[in-house]
Design a protein around this ligand. Structure first.
Ligand code: FES
Length: 365
């Protein structure tokens, strides 16, 4: 996190005032808060000041503090805390804020920063020769699922490759920033999977009875919320490049294959007369605490007792077929093997807790 200070006095203007149009906006924002709570409008007012002048000047901070009857230091705290506020002049057409936090870094933010260095200026917060572009590295902007990303003014541009960011910067430089699609730059809606849904693709999966179908009006309303540019199909090369760097988990599953796949049948519980059932014994005078075996709780111990299993020695001698029988009887799906009950039981039968610690390096449960 960089140290955030106000710009040098040399570049600070002597005064600040909201324009007439901005003044209307300022009143609208202040009115949103209850009487006596007008100071809550500090962030929107600073943002309006930035929209007007391109950055937040000392004079603007003082002006907002007077307007909201707030101590100057409180407004300064807000302005210097949030990286969304620019405290010095930045590029007049675009200031690129590249997220450099871990998820974005792991997905290629370093290359985006290299591009900004080569295309704009080797140092952050310096403008290009024309004064139209600048860049900086910022912390997480909250769209990590679509990493890597940049923020330009109030919009985010996600799922970026250096090539796509290059195009976006060119568009802003040419004054066509408004035409650039915001949000994901690949084939996805918001943070949904690329290529479309991969789960709950079958209507039958929805089990709520009498579920009301969304009305056409409602669907239209949600579609209308998308920015017009978001509806445009993104460029194929951007999609392909992003897919190439995507994790395997983002690969779309073939819906057809999913539908045809037969549902797994639950394995039938083995019968008590089955030949593979381990030999039980009559309850001995002293029974072992089978709950010391990881995976055996009071309920399972009771079932084992019903089967005539009372000692570690018995469990330690189970053959594979017997283990499979018990596993199936308990519907454990392989847990007996995974937790190696036989090895645990052998250690407990041989030397109790001390032997268990020697073998497993930890106490039994
Ligand atoms: S890490 Fe980049 S947006 Fe969260």
């Amino acid at each position: 996190m960089s140290v955030r200070r106000l710009a040098d006095e040399a570049v600070q203007p002597a005064s600040f005032a909201f324009s007439r149009a901005m003044g209307t906006e300022v009143k609208r924002w202040i009115k949103k808060y209850p009487k006596g709570r007008e100071q809550s409008a500090v962030i929107p007012l600073l943002m309006l000041a930035q929209e007007q002048d391109g950055w937040v000047t000392r004079a603007a901070i003082e002006h907002v503090s007077k307007m909201l009857d707030m101590p100057l230091i409180r407004v300064l705290e807000v302005a210097t805390f949030y990286t969304q506020f620019q405290l010095a002049p930045v590029g007049t057409r675009a200031h690129i804020q590249v997220c450099g936090t871990t998820p974005c870094m792991l997905r290629g933010a370093g290359e985006l920063i290299d591009l900004c260095k080569a295309k704009i200026h080797p140092e952050p917060f310096h403008t290009n020769e024309g004064g139209t572009l600048s860049w900086e590295e910022v912390e997480c902007q909250g769209t990590c699922v679509n990493a890597p990303m940049v923020m330009i003014f109030k919009d985010t541009y996600e799922d970026l490759t250096p090539a796509r960011l290059d195009e976006i910067i060119d568009a802003f430089e040419a004054g066509r920033g408004d035409s650039v699609r915001t949000g994901p730059q690949v084939d996805r809606v918001y943070s949904a999977p690329m290529g479309g849904p991969t789960t709950l693709t079958d209507e039958k999966a929805v089990t709520v009875k009498n579920r009301a179908k969304p009305s056409a009006a409602a669907s239209g309303a949600s579609a209308a919320k998308l920015p017009p540019s978001n509806a445009a199909k993104p460029k194929t090369d951007a999609i392909e490049t992003a897919k190439a760097i995507a994790s395997p988990s983002s690969v779309k599953v073939d819906d057809g294959a999913r539908k045809k796949a037969p549902a797994k049948k639950a394995a039938a519980k083995p019968g008590l007369e089955d030949k593979d059932r381990p030999q039980g014994i009559a309850r001995p005078a002293a029974v072992d605490d089978l709950k010391m075996i990881s995976g055996v709780g009071p309920k399972i111990e009771g079932i084992l007792h019903d089967l005539g299993i009372f000692t570690f020695a018995q469990v330690s001698k189970w053959k594979k077929t017997e283990r499979e029988w018990v596993d199936g009887y308990l519907s454990f799906h392989g847990r007996i093997e995974r937790e190696d009950w036989v090895k645990q039981a052998k250690a407990l039968a041989k030397g109790g807790e001390a032997e268990y610690i020697k073998v497993f390096g930890k106490k039994p449960r």
